[in-house]
Design a binder for this molecule. Sequence first.
Ligand SMILES: C[S@@+](CC[C@H](N)C(=O)[O-])C[C@H]1O[C@@H](n2cnc3c(N)ncnc32)[C@H](O)[C@@H]1O
Length: 204
Amino acid sequence: MGKKWNAERKNEHYYKMAKKEQYRSRASYKLLQLNKRFKVIKSGDKVVDLGAAPGGWSQIALEAVGEEGMVIGVDLEWIRPLDDENFYTIRGDFTNEEILGQVKDLISGMAQVVISDASPKLSGIKDMDNLRSADLADNALKVCDHLLMHSGNFVLKAFQGAEFENIVKNIKERFKTVKTTKPPSSKKGSVEMYIVAKGFKRMF
Ligand SMILES: C[S@@+](CC[C@H](N)C(=O)[O-])C[C@H]1O[C@@H](n2cnc3c(N)ncnc32)[C@H](O)[C@@H]1O
């Protein structure tokens, strides 16, 4: 029984846990583990969740912000509402300024945290998928420029590929501390990496 078998078992483990704990996706555990380790989201925060469907990260963010905070999930897909009055959803493309305007109206000001688990629809062509993922990462950083408050935090999923170092470099220019990491619940062989950036340096 080799590595593949172990990876599949681990996957199955998080899948079962998500079902049992009523999280909408296995991805929930990635944010849960990242937040436990890096303390990105705190009670009372306003969090913008980019590429939020079906809502697994939003569920974790809602637990972390508590009653005084709020979470806005944005996705191209419809996000089924959660039974939580601090959760708002917007169906649309976060690379579109009009959608960003809607997010801004909802938070009435700036957010303390931006999180993005957005992924392009995978074509199976590695270079093309990497480029699309890098483009989404770039756009998620633009969202920070638009609505992340000074000293705010950012969590981003990005694919390891030719563009990865460039993405990290751009983030380092804008944040005080930047860590790249792979939480235990992320599949070992997968190209996804997570960038945790804290202390946004707002220039304007
Ligand atoms: C891996 S899923 C996110 C899973 C989610 N974090 C969870 O825990 O349930 C990636 C999502 O990114 C969304 N997405 C990709 N590009 C987008 C864009 N430009 N605007 C909004 N959502 C986008 C996709 O529709 C997809 O639902």
